[in-house]
Design a protein around this ligand. Sequence first.
Ligand code: CP
Length: 315
Amino acid sequence: MKLFSSVHDVTNIKALVAEALQLKQNPYAHQHLGNNKTLGLVFLNPSLRTRMSTQKAATNLGMNVMVLNIDKEGWALELRDGVVMDGDTVEHIREAAAVMGQYVDIIGVRSFPGLKNRDEDYNEVIFNKFIEYCGVPLISLESATRHPLQSLADLVTIEELKTKPRPKVVLTWAPHIKPLPQAVPNSFAEWMCRADVDFTITHPAGYELCADFTKGATITTNQEEALADADFIYVKNWSAYEPYGKVFPGNEDWMLTNQKLKNTNNAKVMHCLPVRRNLELSAEILDGPNSIVVHEAGNRVWAAQAVLKQMLENL
Ligand code: CP
């Protein structure tokens, strides 16, 4: 594997999930693979889980790791071609990405969407420039439209904790106070549509995701109906795809509560984190027996390690 930017880069999803679960049982079995190899983690946006879990995964494989919070610690990047750089930007992404590729064997990049220009975000303008110029294998640490390391960890978690061969998995929209990207729900939907699960998406009218990511899912604006008999519930807020980046007033009653769990199959509740308590997800669920959010975050290590292992094997 040379690129991990979406589920489309994975030739065998089942095998990758199985590999992650094997690595969880035996984390240090492949330390030789990363000998004298360096992973660079470049963040244009904040991170707790992605940063720490990917760093841990790389060290489990014997790699060295460099982390650059380029938004705070690097030179201000110019992304446009053909401009006279007489403004605030100091370094062009052409040189910056190419130079990083001189120092590392694999690079990870986090680049959130601006949520202002849909074409720019959905064409992954920043992320694709890193692919074009860095010259080394690249892992998405969350791009404008997808978060594949999160989605792989989510699928690993479902595979690990399911109690029936084909569980019902429900992605439910949740309230928030500000517009959030569609990357996590897009990506989760894309992976679930290719997994052996019965997959439903529920959201208020107006929050339809881009259809490219949801082919094969059942989609409904009736949350109560969607949650019936659910085995796993994935809670997440997102802003509208059309009109792009907008949020609509109301819908506070979409927050998941213990009352809403009553009609489910004692569903396990997931969230990628960070989560705003009692706004996006109730504290009674987060602190109760149905929440698996911390376990899910723990599995980020094994997802990242499985991807890094496949990349190291192909260097
Ligand atoms: N879920 C996730 O990606 O968390 P961070 O933003 O903290 O990395």
